[in-house]
Design a protein around this ligand. Structure first.
Ligand SMILES: [Mn+2]
Length: 430
């Protein structure tokens, strides 16, 4: 039986006070869209069917590279993280899956953990392995690399960990393994650039062989950090080369914050899709070289353009289009639940706006080399305020019209501050 963490009655009560205003805004937007030949119900249905996973580690104040500033009531284990993720989903109705991370989320009984998640209305998404830091009691150190280390024993340990993650994921009902490694160098000459990539391919192929038939291995690249001179899987070029070498179950994962500055990410999306290698997304935002700001907080237009390509790709391959969507950001100055609610809303809004693009008009303008009309077609969709569609879809599914206000009214964090163990002042997050 599902037992959601917040009072559904309280959510309904808050919604009731806002329902008339929302109906008014929704009807007005419906008329506006009808004049453009768009049925608002179709967009609302699209929104209702869209979801994005949230990472278990996103429930905590991960901090930055330098410090962590915990808040009272923060979760300290996977059970508490699941409860917080359930709060996000109960209010937003857009985040029904959690992406776990091992060994951080290790438990002794994964069948029980799966049941616990289900009872909270949650399922599990891609499993994330971790060979970028040493764990207590681990025989070999990753100080000189993991899947690409010179030492065969280190590589084997990293391979075994990934295979263990697949096994855990099977028990949790996941079907993707996300592999990100921090391997790379800080000095020119430190490592042979070709041989380190060869070692990656060799290690990754052993993980690939352990994948069940209906699983995908999502290769996540990152330009720099923790390595600052060279990173083995640094860009989408290295990622797609590895994915092509490994086989059809290997795909590329695009983290919005892991590219060179000013790179055209939507074009990367189009390229990866064209060659059947678009596996998934990590949503966040970035101002400089970071990958931790809340989705849509800095460049919502880029998010819209990415979704515009995704919808184009989906229309071209209906039935065979299932990228894994996940939020991947770190919260240092906000309540993580509020940040995840706000980010999910930004992501769904970008998706809804991309659904509004008049594709026939866009394609016609492209064929006629009518640059301004092509651009205006996108612009018209982007500047539409889709807030009433999102709110209506949320409320209809049992969520809150104003999710952050409902969260604050629930008093959840204050209650948890009384119940939960205080978080220590640990290191930041990667
Ligand atoms: Mn990521």
């Amino acid at each position: 039986m599902t037992e959601l963490p917040l009072s559904q009655d309280q959510i309904e009560e808050l919604n009731a006070a806002q329902a008339d205003a929302l109906d008014d805004d929704y009807a007005s937007l419906g008329r506006q869209l009808a004049r453009r030949g768009i049925a608002i119900k179709a967009i609302r249905d699209g929104v209702a069917g869209f979801s994005v996973a949230i990472p278990s580690w996103g429930a905590g104040r991960g901090g930055t590279r330098f410090a962590k500033f915990p808040i009272a009531g923060e979760p300290t284990n996977i059970h508490e993280k699941l409860a917080d993720c359930a709060v996000v989903n109960q209010l937003s109705r857009a985040t029904p899956r959690v992406s776990p991370h091992f060994p951080w989320d290790k438990v002794s009984d994964y069948a029980a953990l799966r049941e616990e998640a289900e009872s909270l209305g949650l399922g599990f998404d891609a499993v994330n392995s971790n060979t970028f830091q040493d764990q207590p009691g681990q025989p070999h150190s990753y100080a000189a690399g993991s899947l690409t280390a010179n030492d065969v024993a280190v590589r084997q340990q990293a391979i075994d960990h990934n295979i263990e993650c697949i096994e855990i994921g099977r028990q949790l009902g996941a079907r993707d393994l996300t592999v990100w490694i921090g391997d790379g160098t800080n000095f020119p000459g430190q490592q042979d650039l070709t041989r380190s990539f060869d070692r990656y391919l060799d290690s990754a192929s052993q993980i690939y062989r352990a994948l069940p038939d209906d699983w995908r291995m999502l290769i996540e690249h990152k330009l720099f950090e923790p390595a600052f001179y060279s990173t083995v899987i640094s860009d989408w070029g290295s990622s797609i080369l590895a994915a092509q070498e490994l086989g059809p179950k290997a795909k590329c994962l695009v983290d919005l914050g892991h590219h060179a500055p000013n790179v055209n990410i939507e074009q990367i999306v189009a390229r990866l899709h064209r060659f059947g290698k678009l596996g998934g997304f990590h949503f966040n935002d970035s101002k400089y070289g970071d990958d931790d700001l809340d989705s849509g907080s800095i460049n919502p237009h880029q998010l819209f353009l990415v979704f515009n390509e995704l919808i184009e790709a989906e229309r071209n391959n209906p039935g065979d289009f299932a990228p894994a969507y996940m939020i991947d950001q770190s919260h240092n100055v906000t309540d993580p639940i509020e940040s995840m609610i706000a980010s999910a809303e930004s992501i769904v809004a970008a998706y809804a706006k991309a659904l509004l693009v008049d594709r026939a008009a866009l394609h016609l303008a492209q064929e006629r080399n009518d640059t301004m009309m092509a651009f205006q077609t996108l612009r018209q969709a982007y500047r539409t305020d889709v807030t009433p569609i999102l709110a209506k879809a949320r409320a209809e599914a049992g969520g809150a019209i104003d999710a952050i206000a409902a969260y604050r009214a629930s008093g959840w964090r204050d209650r948890k501050a009384q119940e939960r163990t205080k978080v220590g002042l640990g290191a930041g997050i990667v």
